[in-house]
Design a protein around this ligand. Structure first.
Ligand code: SF4
Ligand code: SF4
Length: 341
């Protein structure tokens, strides 16, 4: 394992700017948002907790051109890839679902494949916890264990660096003058810090009475006709924020647009909470009621994905809890489903 001082880390980012569009979280109020890195500045937060935006935004963008003028050429194929700094474990876990949909299943999405291959992920341990974090209930530790190129664990004056891929190893080798071997005393500090954060997330889970993943089996099937769905959907305003903000939600809509110069096909994120989502030609809709769409969202996350990809399509990031204007809390819905099963 290596160590890099904070100053050297910023030197590394400055060097990465030549080959990547580097994005880093900055703090605004109580939130952290990704911003294009231009140089060291005071509001950068590399540790703390997950950013407001989900990681998926760098792999299948909210709105992107996927074809131009009926050509097979991939638009923007030569764009610089992203280097994303400060990615947390709950976002990385989202790859288990996104990869299944866009990479490892029947269809291979060329945009996603390119981004997965070329983007650089510099992840970090969580160094604090917010009330909505419940990753451990889904078996996810609050520090990255896979799917990163290099991981940083913040320690005084710098970071412990772990390499997680060949790309990450290559990076450390290329800029070896910026790194040094991590001393045992620093590695032990990382261990103690990780244990402290695990304890805090456990407290959160206990306080909010969030059931653990081993209790989720069959909860949708057993509650399929339960009143829980209409009761929980009562205040929903059908905004779709819960889908947009979620690191595992992946549904999209294609549409065409024409201006004077060219024809374009665009892909935008879609939301299964919206009435038009499942409507078919002729106007029929298999999920006309809002509560049916809420049930479908949970069914996909806690029944469909465990069956087809052996993973719950929820990472415990808590984003949908904060984003929902109707205060529909996935942790409370899970508690009700488990208790009623
Ligand atoms: S369902 Fe909610 S808590 Fe779970 S991963 Fe999606 S946004 Fe995060
Ligand atoms: S964020 Fe809340 S109000 Fe908006 S669609 Fe989702 S559940 Fe409904």
């Amino acid at each position: 394992m290596h160590y890099i001082s904070t100053n050297n880390f910023f030197r590394l980012l400055d060097a990465l700017k030549f080959n990547y569009k580097v994005y880093i979280p900055v703090k605004k109020g109580e939130q952290r948002f990704y911003k294009k890195y231009t140089g060291p500045q005071d509001d950068i937060v590399i540790g703390e907790v997950r950013a407001f935006e989900p990681l998926k935004a760098f792999f299948a963008q909210a709105r992107e051109v996927v074809a131009e003028n009926f050509s097979d050429d991939i638009p923007h194929a030569d764009d610089k890839p992203f280097a994303i700094v400060g990615v947390k474990a709950c976002d990385l876990k989202g790859f288990k679902v996104q990869d299944h949909v866009f990479k490892d299943h029947d269809y291979k999405d060329p945009f996603y494949l390119k981004n997965r291959e070329q983007n650089l992920i510099i992840s970090t341990d969580c160094t604090s916890v917010i009330d909505t974090c419940f990753c451990l209930a889904l078996g996810i530790k609050p520090y990255p264990q896979e799917d990163f190129d290099i991981n940083l664990s913040e320690v005084k004056g710098g970071f412990v660096v772990e390499e997680g891929s060949e790309k990450g190893k290559g990076l450390v080798k290329k800029y070896s003058s910026l790194f040094q071997e991590a001393a045992n005393v620093i590695i032990n500090k990382r261990k103690a810090q990780r244990a402290r954060i695990v304890e805090k997330v456990e407290e959160n889970i206990k306080e909010n009475k969030v059931p653990r993943e081993d209790l989720y089996k069959g909860i949708i099937e057993k509650n399929y006709e339960a009143d829980i769905w209409p009761e929980e959907a009562k205040e929903c305003v059908e905004c779709g924020a819960c889908n947009a903000i979620c690191p595992t939600c992946h549904c999209f809509l294609l549409y065409d647009q024409k201006d004077r110069k060219k024809m374009e096909r665009l892909r935008i994120w879609d939301s299964c909470m919206l009435k038009s989502f499942a409507r078919v030609a002729g106007g029929a809709n298999p999920r006309p009621k809002l509560w049916m769409r809420l049930r479908n969202r949970f069914e996909k996350k806690f029944d469909f994905f465990p069956k087809v990809a052996d993973v719950y399509a929820c990472t415990g990031c808590g984003r949908c809890v904060s984003a929902c204007p109707a205060k529909i809390d996935i942790r409370k819905v899970l508690t009700r489903l488990v208790e009623n099963a």
